[in-house]
Write a protein that binds this ligand. Structure first.
Ligand SMILES: NC(=O)c1ccc[n+]([C@@H]2O[C@H](COP(=O)([O-])OP(=O)(O)OC[C@H]3O[C@@H](n4cnc5c(N)ncnc54)[C@H](O)[C@@H]3O)[C@@H](O)[C@H]2O)c1
Length: 286
């Protein structure tokens, strides 16, 4: 089994930052990349502020947090991830962006570095399709917020080796996650099950059967869901959720059950992406 000490994270948005935080909390050295230093340093500051809150809540000592912070590096140069044993890509849900990142990673990293993607829905086989060593590529799909949510889907592409899958499963257990190994199918398990949760909620709202607050409240009261479909879309990012819906719909050759709703597109066009823009289906001004 491969020994993992240093982890590279590609993309420092909602998921990249959450995964980086999780890894430094477990004592790993992490280097996080984004397209410019300003973006990645903003993510670092957000992670540090979340860590400081753990001291205020007496869930970690100031010394522990200091050590965690020292284990977090940032870069805007992908080649600086060359000495990582594991890389987790958390860039936008776009096949061309992801394929290009994997082509570069193959050039700059050790031959046996595990190259994982946090994609929610795209094909692992397609993401790794243009590189020489697809056996070391797998899905490693965390949920939001990554430091908190217990599940991680380990997705086996058609050419992923058993060793890669086993290493990720063992690693997930070390960071106290519950791994589930899945086949490389659109949306894997959770995001496929979840599509109608958002899609039907949008249709119900659009048909004026109930409004967003009512729908969320009913799902929490009757279904015992922790979050309603609108609150959850705001947390995920309406742009991210829309990209995932389009990807699952396309990958199932236009299966009507997974059809996106035009309102998702309108919200993206308006820049109302949810919590990250302080407004989506709900407002987060304060
Ligand atoms: N948001 C969620 O709840 C959630 C949950 C699980 C998985 N995911 C998946 O994780 C991935 C990232 O989602 P997110 O919500 O963190 O997105 P996000 O929009 O919050 O962050 C994406 C980051 O990638 C950066 N980026 C843009 N182009 C890049 C490039 N060429 N190379 C590297 N980085 C680049 C952006 O600057 C940004 O910081 C997606 O594949 C998404 O489907 C998201």
């Amino acid at each position: 089994m491969k020994q993992i000490e240093k982890i590279g994270i590609v993309g420092s948005g909602t998921m990249g930052a959450g995964i980086a935080q999780l890894m430094i909390q477990y004592g790993y050295t992490v280097i996080i990349y984004d397209i410019d230093l300003e973006t990645v340093d903003r993510a670092k500051a957000a992670i540090e502020s979340r860590l400081d809150r753990l001291v205020q809540k007496n869930r970690a000592s100031a010394q522990e947090i200091k050590e965690m912070k020292e284990n977090l590096q940032t870069t805007a140069d992908l080649s600086e991830l060359h000495d990582c044993q594991l890389i987790i890509e958390a860039a936008p849900e776009n096949i061309e962006i992801k394929r290009s990142i994997f082509r570069t990673l193959e050039e700059v990293c050790f031959k046996d570095t595990i190259l994982a993607t946090n994609t929610s829905s795209l094909s692992i086989t397609e993401i790794s399709g243009q590189i020489q060593t697809p056996k070391r590529v797998a899905g490693f799909h965390f949920f939001n917020p990554a430091p908190v949510m217990p599940l991680v889907e380990v997705v086996r592409g058609l050419k992923t080796s058993s060793e890669t899958v086993e290493t990720l499963v063992e690693f997930a257990k070390k960071i106290r996650k519950s791994p589930v190994v899945c086949k490389d199918t659109p949306g894997f398990i959770v995001n496929r099950v979840a599509r109608p949760f958002y899609g039907e909620a949008l249709k119900i709202m659009n048909d004026q059967v109930a409004d967003v607050k009512q729908i969320d409240r009913i799902m929490k009261m009757a279904g015992n869901f922790k979050m309603g479909p609108f609150e959850l879309q705001d947390l995920i990012g309406i742009d991210v959720n829309f990209a995932v819906t389009k990807s699952v719909h396309n990958s199932f050759y236009g299966e009507p059950r997974f059809r996106p709703h035009y309102l998702q597109e309108r919200m993206v066009q308006a820049g109302s992406l949810g919590r990250k823009t302080k407004g989506g289906f709900f407002s987060y001004d304060t």
